[in-house]
Design a protein around this ligand. Structure first.
Ligand SMILES: N[C@@H](CCC(=O)N[C@@H](CS)C(=O)NCC(=O)O)C(=O)O
Length: 261
């Protein structure tokens, strides 16, 4: 594998893959940063990204050591070699890179089965996946269509604003059927459905309040309380602190109309 330029890296938690690092053991260096070839995981992305934050939270919940390699999405050929759609996040593993957040989550569950975040029972696992898909396709995607006029200094056409609203309403109605926060979305244990929904709904809630003056969380019983509890998790404190800092810089850089509450 070719090593790729980094801007910034943070090591988090302790590793199952780690071998002792030496000051100079002949491993590749990039920008004078030395990396062991086969040691651990690196999550590439940027703290403003809800997808990156889901993957980062999963790694933190799993308690594995990993590095954060801060970088934005790109269509540069060398980036596409690592993440074929040019998106973040992607996870660099000793065997190569994995893009697409759900693929990253499933990989982590397979290589780090404890603590369990994806049920073993096929039906329960499918319900987690169903919830993730509903959030991804019908909350995240329509909410994302509103990014330009809210977070990016651009504008949203009336057609875009009008199109997103019924999709969001339909998704929240579906979530009313699917989830029953008690205390987690699908029962007594934290699952990937919680991580996925928490970071996507955080962004979607901001957009819905800003654009429509409506709360999405308020549309599902118990969801506001669940979100507040999720925000108190150790993993979320790390992820949200990084998000808050990066998000204000991002909004200023984009000259966005949105300001965090
Ligand atoms: N389906 C992808 C979506 C990832 C995604 O959309 N990431 C955004 C940042 S939040 C991105 O890379 N956007 C740049 C682009 O779409 O070109 C996943 O599950 O990881």
């Amino acid at each position: 594998m070719r090593w790729i330029p980094i801007r910034f890296s943070i090591r988090e938690r302790s590793s199952i893959w780690n071998r002792p690092r030496k000051a100079d053991d002949g491993q590749p260096t990039v920008n004078n940063v030395q990396f062991p070839a086969q040691s651990h995981l690196r999550l590439h992305g940027y703290a403003v990204s809800n997808y990156f934050n889901i993957a980062r939270a999963a790694l933190l919940e799993k308690g594995v050591e990993f590095e954060v390699i801060t970088r934005r999405a790109s269509q540069e050929p060398e980036f596409l070699e690592l993440s074929p759609m040019g998106k973040i996040p992607f996870l660099e593993t000793p065997r190569g890179c994995i893009a697409e957040t759900v693929a990253i989550l499933e990989f982590l569950e397979d290589v780090l089965p404890e603590p369990r975040l994806h049920p073993r029972d096929p039906f329960e696992r499918a319900k987690v996946r169903q919830t993730i898909n509903v959030v991804q396709m019908y909350v995240e995607v329509p909410a994302r269509s509103l990014f330009p006029g809210v977070f990016m200094g651009g504008s949203n056409s009336e057609a875009t604003v009008a199109a997103a609203r019924p999709v969001l309403a339909r998704a929240m109605r579906a979530l009313r059927q699917l989830v029953a926060p008690g205390p987690f979305l699908l029962g007594p244990a934290l699952t990937y459905a919680d991580l996925f929904a928490f970071y996507c709904l955080d962004i979607a809630e901001r957009l819905s309040r800003f654009v429509y003056g409506e709360s999405l969380l308020a549309q599902v019983d118990g969801l506001s309380g669940w979100s507040a509890r999720m925000a108190q998790r150790d993993s979320a404190r790390v992820v949200l602190a990084a998000f808050d800092e990066a998000f204000s810089d991002y909004l200023a850089e984009k000259n966005a109309v949105y300001r965090p509450a």
